[in-house]
Every structure is written in C-alpha cells, then in structure tokens.
Design a protein around this ligand. Structure first.
Ligand code: NAD
Ligand code: MG
Length: 301
C-alpha cells in the first residue's frame, strides 16, 4: 500500500511512488493468491476516489478477485457500478475480500466462481451475472493464464490449449453470450499486453493469445458499433500481480520484476484503474477499437 494517505491526486515522482525491485522470491501455485504477495499489491483500496462516472452501471469483470481485475472492480464500484466478478473456486478468499470492498462502496457485489476455459460455464456465467445484476452494461474480459516455459520442446499441447482456452476462447464465448444483453452505450474491455507486440521467448503460447485479443478487439469494435457498443483493450507492461510469481515468470525474474522499465519498478494494479474506468464510461464515447497501454515506457503500440 503506498498512497500514504492524503490526496491521491497530489503531484509525486512516479519512480518512487511504489515499491522497486529487488523483491523476495515467492513461488506459489497457479492461480496465485493476492494475499500471498510480498510486498502486497496496491489496487487503489486507499487511494481510488470515485467521481460518479458509472452511475447505476452493471459490470462483469473476469479475474476480478485479484490483480488488475480487482483494481478495475474496486474503481467501478466507487464510480457507482454494481459489480460481478468471475474467478476460480480456489480464489474464494481473494474474491470475498473484493466483495467487501465493493459493498463498502455501497454497491452490489456478485461472486461467480468457475472455470472460463469451459464453454458451458461461460454461458452460465453471463446468464447468472445478468440475473443477479439485473442486466449488463460493462464486460471486462480480464481472466488470464500465463505459464513461462523456456523451450518449445517442453511446451505441451495441454498447456498451449489451456492458455488459448482461458485467454482467447473464453473472451469469445463470454462476449458472444453477453452481447444480446447489452444496450447502446455499453462497453467491452479486453486485457491484452505488451506481449502482443513484444513477445518474450518463454511465453510462446501466452504472447500470441494477447495479440489475438488485441486483433479480436479491433474486429469486434467495427462489428458491434451498429448496436452502439464500444470495444477497447488495455495493454499492460509488467504489473505486480499474483500471475507473475505463480509461474508467469521464473523466480529469478520475479526478483527483478519491472526493473527493466524506465520507471525502474513494476506498475501496481491501481495505476490501471483509471484506464478501465475511462473506457467503460461515457467519457470515452468516441473511442472504440482502441488500446490504452501502460507498458513502463516501452511503448510498442
Ligand atoms: P491475476 O492472477 O491477479 O489475475 C488473473 C485472473 O485470471 C485470476 O485471478 C483468475 O481469477 C483468472 N483466471 C485464470 N484462469 C482462469 C480460469 N480457467 N477460469 C476462471 N478464471 C481464471 O493477474 P493479473 O496480472 O491481474 O491478470 C489479469 C490480466 O492481465 C490477464 O489477462 C493477464 O494476461 C493480463 N496482463 C497482466 C500483466 C502483468 O504483468 N501482471 C501484464 C500484461 C497483461
Ligand atoms: Mg486471482
């Protein structure tokens, strides 16, 4: 936590605003848990101030239990939205913590555990979200699987398949199920990555999924404006989330995580919240098929 109380909008040096490497090695199993992060990540719990940008909206955020999705869920609630989050059953503790924060903002929280790599679950996820929220105006496809493997020789068909199912097929299935429920003014936001443009050699399955997400975003944006729906992407660089120490990076890279950026540190999920809020809100009424990136100054977009 690094807002240090006070005014979150006060001018500060971004290089020293959040923790810098070295970080301790901290292996954990996938899906990683937020409560095991050292140092803990900042999701805007102490700093995000809503300004009524999403009054009465109904949002579904996949992977909303931790990391970037948690920051978006907190910000959406503080902007006036009711929020459903999807996550894996093993992440119940993280999910309940997010529900408390949504409820503390005076909004409804809906918890929808399950595996998005399963098409049938994706359909049920959307119908449960619609039923419990009373509609759907904002969809954030953010759940993701990242497992580093050094060589194509060791990359299994099972992993390749699971990464594509979780990152790409789930986005397709959830979006397809959600669109009939979304009215003009609704927004879809997909989480891509710097990996879409600058792939790491050990992410031979993951990086292409992030390129597919960006491309899908741009194609779908052109298709669904006839319904008045906007579709955009967010492309993070290195962010301090459980995805990384739970197999997304080898532990020697976790120690140095974010050190290669011009900031000399990773981003914190809180530093992406405003991007998701902007794309979800009516303030982005002329933005579709776009990508907001926060790559640590490595800017390939
Ligand atoms: P995270 O681990 O906090 O979030 C990922 C979430 O995906 C998990 O919380 C989990 O709930 C969900 N998930 C994974 N497999 C699932 C499955 N089969 N069914 C249901 N849910 C599943 O990590 P994060 O970094 O916040 O990841 C969010 C998104 O950001 C991902 O799409 C990731 O690819 C992307 N991203 C992260 C970084 C980074 O450096 N952290 C950089 C670029 C892009
Ligand atoms: Mg999680």
């Amino acid at each position: 936590m690094s807002s240090e109380g006070g005014n979150p909008h006060a001018m500060r040096d971004p290089r020293s605003q959040h923790p810098r490497p070295p970080f301790p090695r901290q292996p954990q199993n996938a899906p990683g848990e937020e409560r095991r992060m050292d140092p803990p990540a900042d999701h805007g719990e102490e700093s995000y101030r809503g300004a009524g940008r999403l009054p009465g909206r109904k949002a579904l955020v996949t992977g909303g239990d931790s990391g970037i999705g948690r920051a978006a869920a907190i910000a959406f609630a503080r902007e006036g939205a009711d929020v459903a989050i999807a996550y894996l059953p093993a992440e119940e503790t993280d999910a309940r913590a997010v529900a408390k924060l949504i409820e503390a903002a005076g909004r409804k929280a809906v918890l929808l555990p399950g595996d998005v790599s399963d098409e049938a679950f994706c359909g049920k996820l959307v119908s449960d979200a619609v039923a419990q929220l009373g509609g759907l105006d904002i969809l954030v496809n953010n759940a993701g699987k990242q497992t580093a493997v050094d060589s194509i020789a060791e990359l299994t068909t099972e992993q390749f398949d699971a990464t594509f199912k979780t990152n790409v097929y789930a986005m397709f299935w959830i979006t397809k199920a959600a669109l009939p429920h979304m009215k003009p003014g609704s927004a879809i936001i997909n989480t891509s990555s710097i990996q879409a443009m600058q792939p790491s050699p050990a992410l031979l399955d993951y990086a292409p999924t992030k390129a597919a997400i960006l491309n899908f975003t741009k194609a779908l944006a052109k298709q669904v404006m006839e319904k008045g729906i906007r579709v955009n992407a967010v492309a993070p660089g290195p962010f301090w989330t459980p995805l990384q120490p739970s197999g997304g990076q080898p532990q020697e890279k976790v120690e140095k995580f974010g050190g290669e950026t011009v900031f000399g540190r990773p981003g914190q999920p809180a530093e992406l919240a405003a991007a998701y809020v902007l794309l979800a809100s009516q303030e982005a009424s002329y933005m579709t098929g776009e990508c907001i990136s926060a790559t640590g100054g490595m800017t390939p977009f």
